[in-house]
Design a binder for this molecule. Sequence first.
Ligand code: 3AM
Length: 176
Amino acid sequence: MSAQRRLFFALSLPPKLQKQVIQWRADHFPEDTGRPIAAANLHLTLAFLGEVSEQKETALRSVAGRIDAKGFSLCIDDAGHWPGAGVVWLGTRRAPRPLLQLAEILRSHAARNGCYQSALPFHPHISLFRAATRQVAIPPATPHWTLEALEFGLYQSIYERGRTRYSLLQSWPLPA
Ligand code: 3AM
C-alpha cells in the first residue's frame, strides 16, 4: 500500500496579516488561553481531506487545477470560541460568495473522492488557539482586516518532534 499523507486545502495569510493577527492575539488573550497556533501555521481551511493515498491526491490536484474561481476579498471582522473543539478563532461576519463557492466545490470533490466531510456547515475561520477548553473572553472590539485571496493551496499536515507544521505542496491562482 502506498503511503498516505494528511492533507487539506486552505488559504494562507500574507506575512503582514500574519503579524497583525499574532500581535492582536498577544494583546488580547492571556498566555494560558490554550495552545497558540504558530504564525507560519495560520490559515483558513477550505476543505479537510484527512489521510489521502497518492492516487487520491493526484485526482484531487487535478480537480483543483481545473477550478475556475476568481479572487476575492475577505473581511476579517469576527472572533469567537468553540469550547467543545477548544478553538479560539478569527473569522468574518459576512462570508463572500466566491469563498463559499470555492469551499463548496473543494468539499464536494473531496467527498466524491472518498474523503469524509463533516456534516457541520462550513464556517470560515482562522484558528488562533487549540486546547482552549476553559472560558475565554473574546474582545468586544474585533479587528477589521482584509484578506485578499489571490490563490489557494494544498497543504500537508506533518507531525514531528511533538509539533505540527503545515507544508504547502501546490498552489493555484485565483485571478482577478
Ligand atoms: O485550523 P482549522 O480548524 O481551520 O481543524 C483542523 C485544521 O483546521 C482541520 O484541518 C485543518 C488542518 O489540520 N481538521 C483536522 N481534523 C479534521 C477532521 N477530522 C479537521 N477538519 C475536519 N475533520
